[in-house]
Design a protein around this ligand. Structure first.
Ligand code: CA
Ligand code: CA
Ligand code: CA
Ligand code: CA
Length: 206
C-alpha cells in the first residue's frame, strides 16, 4: 500500500515543479493603425501624415513577468522572408511597445530588407508577431478595410482581451463601434459614443 502513496507524492511534487518551470510570459498584438490620416509618429521628424511612416502596431505584455522580445519580428501578409521590423529589449508586465512605420523603414534599411515600412494594407491585411526562432507565431491578427479606414484603429477590447474591436472615435462608424480614440503605447481611454454589436456593424459594412 505504501508504494502507490509514495508515487502519488512524487507525481504531485513533480507536477508542481513542472508548473513552476513553465514560462508565463505572454506578449500579444494589442492595437494597430493601418490607414493614418494624422501625424501619428513622434519619431519621423515631420508634422504631416504619411501613408506609410505614420502607420503603427502596438504590442502588450499581459503576463506577470518581464519578457525579452529581442529578435522577435513583425510581418504582414507576405512571405516569411519579408520581415518588416525586429524588436529589441525587455517588455515589463503591463508594458506597451509601439512601432511606427518610419521606424520600420530604419530597421529595413539597417537589415537589408526592401523599404516597405510596416506595409499595413488599407484594404485589409494580416499582421504576425514571430518569436526569435523566426518560425514560432506569438500572435496574429487580420483586419478588413472598414475597420481601419482613415484613423480608425483596430485593437483588443479591453486591452489584452481575446476580442478585437474598432476604436472609431476619430472616424465614427455607422452604427458606431466603441467610440474610443486610438491610443498608441497606452491603454484605451475615452467614453463610448454609442453601443453596437458586431452583427449590426457587419450587416451594414459587409
Ligand atoms: Ca496603410
Ligand atoms: Ca508624420
Ligand atoms: Ca501589406
Ligand atoms: Ca493602445
Amino acid at each position: 500500500m505504501r508504494t502507490p502513496w509514495v508515487l502519488l507524492v512524487l507525481i504531485s511534487l513533480g507536477g508542481g515543479f513542472l508548473l513552476c518551470g513553465v514560462a508565463s510570459g505572454e506578449v500579444v498584438l494589442n492595437e494597430l493603425l493601418a490607414d493614418p490620416a494624422s501625424d501619428w509618429s513622434p519619431t519621423d521628424g515631420n508634422d504631416e501624415y504619411g501613408s506609410l511612416e505614420d502607420e503603427w502596431v502596438e504590442i502588450l505584455n499581459v503576463g506577470p513577468d518581464p519578457v525579452d522580445v529581442t529578435g522577435w519580428r513583425l510581418r504582414d501578409a507576405v512571405s516569411d522572408s519579408s520581415w518588416r521590423y525586429g524588436f529589441e529589449g525587455v517588455l515589463d508586465p503591463g508594458g506597451y511597445l509601439v512601432v511606427y512605420g518610419n521606424e520600420a523603414y530604419e530597421w529595413e534599411d539597417a537589415n537589408g530588407y526592401p523599404r516597405n515600412g510596416l506595409s499595413l494594407n488599407n484594404s485589409g491585411d494580416t499582421v504576425t508577431l514571430v518569436a526569435d526562432d523566426l518560425s514560432t507565431i506569438v500572435d496574429q491578427v487580420s483586419y478588413e478595410g472598414f475597420q481601419v479606414l482613415d484613423d480608425r484603429s483596430y485593437g483588443r477590447m479591453p486591452d489584452g482581451a481575446a476580442g478585437w474591436d474598432v476604436f472609431d472615435g476619430l472616424n465614427p462608424l455607422t452604427p458606431p463601434a466603441t467610440g474610443y480614440l486610438p491610443t498608441p503605447g497606452e491603454p484605451y481611454a475615452g467614453s463610448p459614443i454609442g453601443t453596437s454589436t458586431w452583427s449590426r456593424i457587419k450587416a451594414v459594412y459587409r
